[in-house]
Design a protein around this ligand. Structure first.
Ligand code: DX5
Ligand code: ZN
Length: 240
């Protein structure tokens, strides 16, 4: 199922509650919360106290992307704050323990990979997580350009998920907009995180809908049958 998650990193932080309410009124049921620790990435953002505060104002699913060197120390705090899912990066190691910890805490476990981290690093963990996140920018900042070169890895993850019959969501994050979302959808992504494209838009909900529409259209196989070969006048002529 196709899901679009507004990333609050691009929202106006002074008006966070209001901005979240706006996308929720438009229909968003899941939000992406970027947690940066100043070590794994050269930037700092929010932590459990902000999640606690937002939880009081929102019933949405909180998809927390932990760009942290030591997420294990904070998973319990995020669960208590009201996170629904947490995604840790495979580059930091200790993935098995972190996934076990997330399951024990009732968090939906996700595993992320930077653009230059190969499929082989994710492959051994696919059967144990509920979500795989292929970063389509180097994490740390919003507003960067989508890296199409990551699509080969997205396709590899999709093929492995389908071959093994797994119920794993495949998320992309970074530079997603109505033009890049269909590219990622064709490669096999079904969950799309977008910050600037949504909160940078005058009417954020319209941008969210445009991303959903273009992503779905890219993989829609239920459209009308092609005219070529249909019986009747003109059959056999090339379709225009
Ligand atoms: C980048 C974050 C992204 C970011 C995406 O480190 O993980 O979630 O918010 O922002 P845009 O959509 O602006 O690239
Ligand atoms: Zn993110």
């Amino acid at each position: 199922m196709t899901e679009i998650l507004p990333s609050i990193l691009a929202a106006v932080f002074a008006r966070l509650g209001e901005q979240i309410a706006q996308v929720e009124r438009g229909g968003a049921t899941m939000l992406h919360l970027d947690v940066m620790d100043g070590h794994f990435v050269p930037n700092l953002t929010i932590g459990p106290p902000v999640v606690t505060s937002l939880r009081r104002h929102s019933g949405a699913f909180f998809d927390c992307h932990l760009m942290m060197t030591n997420p294990g120390q904070y998973l319990e705090a995020f669960a208590r704050a009201g996170a629904d899912g947490c995604t840790v990066h495979v580059e930091i190691g200790g993935t098995d323990e972190l996934v076990d910890q997330m399951r024990r805490l009732g968090l939906r476990p996700g595993l992320a990979a930077n653009p230059d981290t190969p499929f082989g690093a994710l492959e051994p963990h696919l059967d144990r997580v509920d979500l795989v996140l292929c970063m389509t920018v180097f994490p740390g900042f919003g507003g960067q350009s989508f890296m199409a070169e990551v699509m080969d890895k997205v396709a590899q993850v999709r093929a492995a998920i389908d071959d093994r019959g797994l119920a794993v969501d495949l998320e992309v994050d970074g530079g997603i907009d109505p033009v890049t979302a269909p590219v990622a959808a064709r490669a096999g992504a079904n969950v799309f995180v977008a910050g600037s494209a949504i909160f940078g838009h005058e009417r954020p909900w319209e941008a969210t809908e445009a991303i959903a529409r273009t992503a779905r259209a890219a993989t829609d196989r239920t459209g009308p049958e092609p005219a070529v070969g249909r019986p009747g006048p003109g059959a056999g002529r090339p379709a225009r």
